[in-house]
Design a protein around this ligand. Structure first.
Ligand code: HEM
Length: 410
């Protein structure tokens, strides 16, 4: 486990990575970041290059955990399922096998079919918030909508969604936060519980397939209709867990961060603009995704000696591919540090990645932020940060950049 000092330095730059990005973009070549044990790739053109050269920059370590697990936590995990490679950590033909059902399951048509459900749930959540005189929007809204929506996509019973979402957040904490020993064991137990819940769905859908992503993943990854082998169940549960977490952690973060920026300005100028002119909402969605990117960075590992931005890397070198740094590259975006919803809609940012691993869920994520802004500006135009509370503080993470809490009043 990282020493306390290394952990403290890492947390500080995770909460505000932008000064380091700025230095890295200005420096020649790549910048080595000892806290992460990886070379930081920070310029837009270099990030694109890594993502396209997928044969040389493997995804095998894309989500390498930040912390080592205790023996006790490691003793709990074998009671669950996995780990196995998933879409996000595989390359080449193995990646295409995992990716095909996701492309089909999150096509434009599928997302359009899901939109009325997402709107209904979002409206109910907004009404729930509106009944009080104040709220904490991360817990009361941003962390709730995406779980219900991705749950519906996968085919989860809404009654199972809170437990599934809880297990997903615990999985992220277990692998990326330095928890005390007893907490690690408790988190590992929650992860195992999530995996057994998902295994129940996997076996049920094998027996009685439906029109949902769980059934599609079962059919694609374990063709046939015989009883699933234990190995197939391990792979399917790992893949479903990955899809679930990819679906809600990120989208919840984007919703929370966007509201924080809109409401955080001294005079709420851009919030008021959105209330007066809802036609600006699509541009606001794109600008929010670019300006304070929800997934700041994922890793890659070199498969052979390569040169990137003039830096020679040996085989087996870890790189940190910083979408969030590329999105503030002045060579690509004018006034890159400014959050400005009046920019013309420009989707050529890297918030949703690029190349073979580019996000298959970006449509669904954009749709949820769009309808959130539509409903909140219409229902609660007086929304403002609660100035009696401490100002929002960012979570110490690169994989779901979000305020820890967002206290509001109206
Ligand atoms: C604001 C919300 C989201 C952001 C910022 C985001 C961002 C990203 C990024 C940057 C990648 C590329 C990872 C890489 O290069 O290795 C990615 C991949 C992925 N995303 Fe998203 N995502 C979001 C929402 C979603 C949603 C809603 C889903 C599903 C319901 C989803 C499912 C996935 C999956 C399965 C992958 C792996 C694809 C692959 O490796 O081929 N994401 N996402």
């Amino acid at each position: 486990m990282a020493s306390d000092e290394v952990q403290a330095r890492r947390d500080a730059w995770y909460r505000d990575p932008y000064p380091l990005y700025e230095r890295a973009r200005r420096s020649e070549g790549l910048t080595y970041v000892p806290e992460c044990g990886a070379w930081l790739v920070a310029r837009d053109r270099d990030v694109r290059e890594v993502l396209l050269r997928a044969e040389e920059f493997s995804s095998a370590n894309s989500l390498l955990p930040d912390v080592a697990l205790s023996e006790a936590a490691l003793g709990v995990l074998p009671r669950g399922f996995g780990p196995r490679p998933t879409v996000v950590s595989s390359d080449g033909a193995a990646h295409r096998r995992h990716r095909a059902p996701l492309n089909r399951g999150m096509s434009a048509g599928r997302v359009a079919a899901l939109a009325p459900y997402a709107r209904r749930v979002a409206r109910e959540l907004v009404e729930g918030v509106a009944t009080g005189g104040s709220a904490e929007l991360v817990a009361d809204y941003a962390r709730r909508l995406p779980g219900l929506v991705v749950g519906r996509l996968i085919g989860l019973d809404p009654a199972d969604v809170p437990a599934a979402v809880h297990g997903g957040y615990r999985a992220e904490e277990l692998l990326f936060r330095p928890l005390p020993a007893a907490e690690q064991v408790a988190a590992a137990e929650d992860v195992v519980a999530l995996q057994h819940l998902l295994d129940g769905y996997v076996r049920e859908r094998r027996a009685r397939p439906r029109e949902d992503m769980c059934s599609q993943l079962v059919a694609a990854l374990a063709p046939g209709d015989g009883e699933l082998t234990l190995e197939q169940r391990h792979e399917l549960v790992t893949s479903l867990q990955n899809l679930l977490i990819a679906g809600f952690l990120t989208t919840g973060a984007l919703i929370g961060t966007t509201l924080m920026h809109l409401l955080g300005e001294e005079d709420r100028r851009q919030w008021r603009m959105l209330c007066a002119e809802p036609a600006l909402i699509p541009a606001a969605v794109e600008e929010a995704a670019r300006h304070d990117t929800a997934i700041q960075a994922f890793r890659r590992i070199t498969t052979r000696p390569v040169t990137l931005a003039g830096t020679d890397l040996p085989a087996g070198a870890a790189v940190l591919v910083a979408y969030g740094a590329a999105n503030r590259d002045g060579e690509r975006h004018e006034r890159p540090g400014e959050f400005d919803i009046t920019r013309p809609v420009d989707r050529r940012h890297l918030a949703f990645g690029y190349g073979p691993h580019g996000c298959p869920g970006s449509r669904l994520a954009r749709e949820q932020l769009r309808l959130t802004l539509e409903l909140l500006t219409e229902r609660l135009p007086g929304l403002r940060l609660d100035r009696d509370r401490p100002p929002p503080r960012m979570m110490p993470t690169l994989i779901h950049r979000s305020p820890e809490a967002l206290y509001v009043t109206w």
